[in-house]
Design a protein around this ligand. Sequence first.
Ligand SMILES: Cc1cc2nc3c(=O)[nH]c(=O)nc-3n(C[C@H](O)[C@H](O)[C@H](O)COP(=O)(O)OP(=O)(O)OC[C@H]3O[C@@H](n4cnc5c(N)ncnc54)[C@H](O)[C@@H]3O)c2cc1C
Length: 500
Amino acid sequence: MHNIKQVVIAGGGSAGWMTAAALSKLLGEHVNITLVESAQIGTVSVGEATIPQIRQFNQLIGIDENEFLSATSGTFKLGIEFIDWGQIGQQYMHPFGPYGVNLNGIAFHHYWLKSVKNTNPAPILDYCLEGHAAKLNRFDRIVGQTTKGHSTLNYAFHFDAVKYAEFLSTLAIKQGVKHIQGTISQVTIEPSNGHIKDLILDDGQVISGELFIDCTGFKGRLINQALHVGFESWQHWLPCDSAIAIASESLPELKPYTQATAHKAGWQWQIPLQHRVGNGRVFASGFTSAEQQIAQLAAQLPSKAVTEPRQLNWQNGRRLKAWQKNCVAIGLSAGFLEPLESTGLQFIQSAILRLISLFPSCAMAKVDADTYNRYTEQEITAVRDFIICHYKVTKRSDSEFWRYCQHMDVPNTVSERLALFAQNGRLFRENNELFNELSWFSVLHGQGIEPQGYHPLVNSLSDAACEQYMQQIKTMIGQTARSLPMHSEYVARHCRYSKS
Ligand SMILES: Cc1cc2nc3c(=O)[nH]c(=O)nc-3n(C[C@H](O)[C@H](O)[C@H](O)COP(=O)(O)OP(=O)(O)OC[C@H]3O[C@@H](n4cnc5c(N)ncnc54)[C@H](O)[C@@H]3O)c2cc1C
């Protein structure tokens, strides 16, 4: 058994450069890494909103947060605001921080649900520091001191995806990654074992390797076109399969959250960056046309357009095996779920960490690949269920699209979860899935599901004690949120965009 010495990454979008930056940092000089990308083919470049786990990835590869934000025109993100999802006129936030403080092993939201039955408590967001601060447009990394050190907000980022890839490429090349420009025109397979042997570029260059990482985007130049690994489509549960993106001029006030506003055939994103606003109209092509969506997006931009409309199309679903033979697909080549919960870059980072844990020798043990594939499937399937819920749990019936979503069959895993929540507001996090109980509660409650009851053990606290407990939390959160600086000021002070 000998160690892998040659790793080839095909593709230089976010997936390719995140992989290159991480592997060159973690595998060090024992492994030669080559990245090949095609200027003719280009990248998707719309991964602009993230979830808090991205900070762990950035720390792992040694990125200085302020330097990275100022290079990528980044801003901070405390959650996602959903508008018009449950019903037209309704709004809610999926914040990144917890609601209140759990008591006697029972989640805070049960105390809040009890209080709803008895009195008229403040909206649930008033008990969440991240959510409350977001609505006030306020932000700070450090919000207090505890006996264990600083207490911080749980935050993520918005950033320019092209600049993020550039930032990572500089880092990766500095760490020894060899960068080649060229289009892969042929993939040579070793007949004895079906492994990929070489990539042949259109200028005749031959790139040999022992492990190939396919980061070539939706088409999967290696995993699909060369190794013929199939794809499982989830289009019937997630009908949104297209988007139009237009950037517009920056706004004076930077919101520390993404906005997702539902429309008659999908939803529209608004992502505040320092130098521009990212806008996009996600839609189900079976229910509307691209021309209509371009016109509607153009009419609803928050500021003057600075780019032409760009159309993107995809299929929601997953590659049946992300790891096949000596090829691991990472990024869009491994699967994609529409961008509602900003999970694209998260899938990339967790794939990289999974690959590091199961990093193979040249023998390519099947058990390593099987394990990798099992966890990859588990991760994306759980997120799929979460996203399906946003569409299924709606009272909107003002268009054919929403009537379809409301009445569609959903996987059993979704219906079981909805039934459990509807009874007593209970939620369980299965297999350490990406979105925890807080996220599920935010969406189900936010879209108008009112559980019949709440956890019965909450009744061991008297009504008066319950009120007092909730009032204390609300007061503390309100005071802390109001004491934070405005997000725009914070960004200008710590990580103002510097054009390189
Ligand atoms: C509409 C939309 C919105 C999104 N929003 C978000 C978001 O807010 N947050 C988030 O986390 N994610 C988001 N995503 C997902 C995110 O954009 C992707 O996960 C991310 O960009 C990774 O893409 P990639 O690198 O896999 O593929 P790509 O960006 O497509 O890169 C493919 C690379 O492969 C190269 N290549 C392809 N074929 C060849 C060939 N034959 N020879 C050589 N090179 C080749 C190309 O040159 C390119 O460098 C969004 C996706 C879409 C479609």
